[in-house]
Design a protein around this ligand. Structure first.
Ligand SMILES: Cc1cc2nc3c(=O)[nH]c(=O)nc-3n(C[C@H](O)[C@H](O)[C@H](O)COP(=O)(O)OP(=O)(O)OC[C@H]3O[C@@H](n4cnc5c(N)ncnc54)[C@H](O)[C@@H]3O)c2cc1C
Length: 598
């Protein structure tokens, strides 16, 4: 049986010592998040994840969701009760606007506990996760009336939300979508069409489901410029704010899929369903982007979350499973063989995952803090720069953390040998669950294109230059610090590779766009390496400062941090050269074979 222990000590180190988030207590919501409150929230989130969500993870995988003849859907045993507890615990609105019933605490804190919930039960966490994305879109683009009608109930978790983009003939290219919206005299619209792959589209956990649906108003222009966003509630909302009659939206079927069996992936049929325009007509994609950006960070977090739980179990197994002897001689002569953790190749796998997880956690919290500044600072310039930086980092977080999350779930499974391949040990579920994170919310190939094609050149490259400066300054400031020189030397090399790759695109991709497409995946991962390397630099510095200041009982933890940082720079950072070489080889050999010859 797998187990899970939320990494609270590591989160606390990142928040308190690396990010020193107390510096931000002038931001709204941060004053309420004093260190003792933060620790209490993390510990309660950890308990909740370990005791309430985690025991249902394998149950959800085995039972899946069931659609009944009346189009209702039942979630796996225990999910509804666990969701009730999630709702009653106030987790849904933890970081949400207080005006609409949220608690207004930092998004950074919400992200920290979100990792625990997704590690413990990714499929179950998706029900509130999508709701939080829908709430964000309504908050930014909805009318006052829409906000008053929907947000308090959603923030409380009484109603949940979904996002409906995908149709059978279009996923990536939303310009092709056909779902139509016909204006009515009372200002509402009649929505008709079919959406597929809708996560949490129908279930038994909430009193109403608020679908956010992309559709084309009759007569609207072709392509993405004719798409609008609508609220389509499962049950009409009466003047008293209560859910009333059924709307024309039903679940046609649920998908049988590779993983996340506990989450209902639905075909949703809209049949003259009443919908309400959100924001401006034909600007739906912009409004939906608020939700997609939130969801993309959530999906990046899923990659990290699965990597973490798979790692923890692989470590436990590697300490127990005895096979062979250490190359340097028996380490446990009392036993017939040594535990496999003595073997360097087993360590290679475990250290690679560990070096990623500890940096991935700090990376996503660092980015979440930027999001808090972007949304809460009173300084316009500060808000704008952090918003742009978040925009730049979002495809990196989504693409890199989910690609690596899957790779690491496979690595952790490998530690079990054949026992990882059978269902009994639970490792197969992590591999299956992690796989979807690379696909939904914009497949990772599309994230890479978004980074190279849109985010890099935005505003004359202001955000990427700011990122280069931040990392470059860190290297420069610590260059003469003896203890940091090793880390900054390797980080600087990675940064140079990234800057060269960026310059290569500037010189070679304008006239030949295939060069950008051919290098984008490598570029995204090169960017991820430098970002994670920078984060490792910050962690190494914080660990050294803490050790120098007399670490209170956590010296072992801090020493291990420094060793893991070293492993990252010795073993993982050198991949930057390979990425650069591939990027600068261009698109020629990739594109030369004619289509018909494949
Ligand atoms: C379990 C599950 C849950 C989901 N949940 C939701 C949900 O809640 N709401 C929702 O709306 N959708 C949801 N989706 C849909 C998901 O977001 C899409 O599957 C995804 O966006 C890809 O679209 P597609 O499947 O049509 O693939 P396609 O768009 O057909 O893409 C196929 C492949 O081609 C590549 N490709 C396409 N265009 C380009 C290009 N221009 N350049 C380079 N490569 C390209 C893609 O990267 C991909 O690898 C879910 C899907 C699944 C499986």
């Amino acid at each position: 049986m797998p187990s899970y222990r939320a990494p609270v000590e590591d989160t606390l180190f990142v928040l308190n010592d690396v990010l020193k988030y107390e510096r931000y207590n002038n931001l709204p919501g941060f004053a309420d998040a004093s260190p003792d409150i933060v620790e209490a929230v993390l510990r309660e989130g950890a308990r909740f994840a370990e005791e309430v969500f985690f025991p249902l993870n394998q149950v959800g995988d085995q039972q899946g969701c069931v659609r009944h003849d009346d189009a209702s859907v039942t979630t796996p045993e225990g999910f509804k009760a666990a969701y009730e507890q999630f709702k009653d615990g106030g987790w849904m609105g933890l970081a949400f606007d207080e005006e609409y019933g949220g608690q207004g605490l930092p998004y950074t804190l919400h992200t920290a506990v979100g990792e625990y919930f997704s590690s413990a039960n990714m499929a179950l966490m998706m029900y509130p996760g999508l709701t939080q994305g829908a709430m964000a879109a309504i908050l930014v683009h909805g009318s006052d009336e829409q906000k008053q009608t929907y947000l308090p109930k959603m923030a409380e978790g009484i109603w949940t939300g979904t996002m409906n983009l995908t149709e059978p003939h279009c996923g990536t290219d939303l310009g092709l979508l056909r779902t139509k919206a016909v204006p009515q005299d009372d200002g509402s619209y009649k929505i008709s069409g079919q959406k597929i792959f809708i996560s949490a589209g129908e279930h038994d956990m909430s009193e109403n489901i608020i679908h956010l649906v992309l559709a084309r108003i009759e007569g609207a222009p072709e392509g993405v410029k004719g798409i609008s966003l609508f609220i389509v509630p499962k049950y009409a909302v009466g003047a008293d704010g209560a859910a009333g009659d059924a709307n024309g939206v039903t679940c046609g079927s649920i998908e049988e899929k590779m993983g996340i069996h506990g989450n209902a992936t639905c075909v949703m049929n809209y049949d003259d369903a009443t919908g309400y325009l959100v924001g401006e007509a034909h600007k739906g994609l912009k409004a939906m982007f608020v939700m997609m950006n939130e969801a993309r960070l959530g999906v990046g977090l899923q990659g990290l979350a699965i990597s973490e739980i798979a790692y923890q179990n692989a470590v436990d197994y590697a300490k127990e499973r005895v096979q062979g002897r250490a190359l340097t001689g028996a380490k446990h002569p009392d036993k017939k063989a040594d535990p496999i953790i003595v073997h360097p190749d087993v360590r290679r796998n475990l250290m690679t995952i560990r070096a990623f997880n500890e940096a991935g956690r700090a990376f996503i919290l660092w980015a979440a803090l930027k999001s808090d500044v972007a949304h809460r600072s009173e300084d316009d310039a500060d808000r704008e720069l952090n918003e742009e930086m978040m925009g730049l980092l979002t495809p990196v977080i989504k693409g890199v953390l989910t690609d690596k999350g899957f790779d690491h779930a496979v690595m952790a499974q490998q530690m079990y040998g054949g026992h990882g391949y059978v269902e009994e040990w639970g490792m197969s579920q992590y591999v299956r669950d992690a796989r979807i994170a690379m696909i939904y919310e914009g497949a990772n190939g599309i994230q890479a294109l978004d980074l190279v094609g849109r985010k890099l050149p935005q505003n004359g490259g202001r955000a990427v230059q700011a990122f280069f400066k931040e990392v470059g300054d860190f290297c420069e400031e610590n260059r003469n610090d003896e203890q940091m020189a090793f880390f900054t030397k390797h980080l600087k090399k990675g940064l140079n590779d990234l800057q060269q790759a960026t310059m290569w695109f500037v010189q070679n991709a304008m006239a030949k766009p295939d060069n950008a497409g051919a290098g984008s995946h490598d570029y995204m991962h090169l960017f991820g390496l430098v970002a994670l390397g920078y984060i490792w630099g910050l962690q190494a510095k914080a660990a050294q400062e803490k050790i120098a200041g007399g670490a209170n009982g956590d010296a072992r933890y801090l020493e291990n941090k420094l060793v893991t940082a070293r492993y990252f720079f010795e073993r993982i950072m050198p991949e930057s050269s390979a990425h650069l070489a591939r990027i600068s080889s261009g698109a020629d050999s990739m594109m030369a074979i004619p289509e018909e010859a494949f």
